[in-house]
Design a binder for this molecule. Structure first.
Ligand SMILES: Nc1ncnc2c1ncn2[C@@H]1O[C@H](COP(=O)(O)OP(=O)(O)OP(=O)(O)O)[C@@H](O)[C@H]1O
Length: 209
């Protein structure tokens, strides 16, 4: 369960204060947050992911207050419980596809689950690329690898930052179905932020920034 209360953020004293509406997601709930460019969507997602500290307010996830954790506890909590789909790929270029997934499992302190890793690659239609270098992947394959890296450690909260912005209608639908399917399979909360109105009908919970 994810709850945010009274969150605000300021990049510096000369920047304007960004204020965010409260969010409550019950277990297994999903939501999309829509908003125009520059309103603070990525900032909010980074606060929820523990990458930025809010000026006011708190983020609670499954009864843990993220800002109250020490930095070591926070790194461990985030590594194990949160999976993030970034706008741009953060795959390590010197590793192949399956090695990138193994590295993600290592950082989440999960055992190297070979069967699970290959089954995920199959679900995401990446099994033929398992040993490919990152530079050999198409844009669509890279995007699907981003999803695999976000979910391979079976996080309880999946955060996705503009996962469909550069995709045509067919791939937009496919990527969103994959994210929804992975969230359902892992009993995870899925929170997507986007300005892409095509995503709206796929969610019951729609919030605006
Ligand atoms: N590192 C930073 N330092 C100062 N200001 C920043 C920084 N990052 C973002 N901002 C500003 O904070 C505001 C919110 O930025 P943010 O990236 O969260 O918006 P967004 O809604 O995600 O935009 P987009 O849809 O274009 O990605 C913007 O006015 C932006 O210029």
């Amino acid at each position: 369960m994810l709850i945010t209360k009274n969150i605000s953020f300021q990049y510096s004293t000369k920047d304007s204060l960004l204020k965010f509406p409260d969010i409550t997601l019950s277990d297994n709930d999903n939501a999309v947050i829509l908003g125009k460019s520059g309103v603070g969507k990525t900032t909010l997602l980074h606060i929820i992911a523990g990458l930025l500290r809010p000026k006011t307010g708190s983020v609670f996830f499954n009864d843990i207050t993220i800002e109250k954790l020490s930095s070591k506890e926070k790194d461990q909590f985030i590594g194990q419980n949160i999976g993030m789909v970034f706008q741009k790929s953060y795959a390590v270029k010197t590793l192949n596809v399956v090695e990138n997934l193994q590295a993600r499992l290592y950082f989440a302190k999960e055992k190297n689950q070979k069967t699970l890793t290959y089954s995920l690659l199959e679900q995401l239609n990446l099994e033929r690329c398992a040993k490919h270098k990152i530079s050999e992947l198409s844009e669509g394959q890279l995007q699907r690898l981003g999803i695999a890296m976000a979910v391979v450690h079976q996080p309880k909260l999946i955060l996705a930052d503009e996962p469909t912005s550069s995709l045509d209608d067919e791939n937009c639908e496919a990527v969103m179905q994959l994210l929804l399917q992975q969230a359902k399979q892992n009993h995870a909360n899925l929170l997507v932020i986007t300005h892409d109105q095509r995503v709206k009908p796929l969610f019951q919970n729609v919030m605006a920034l």
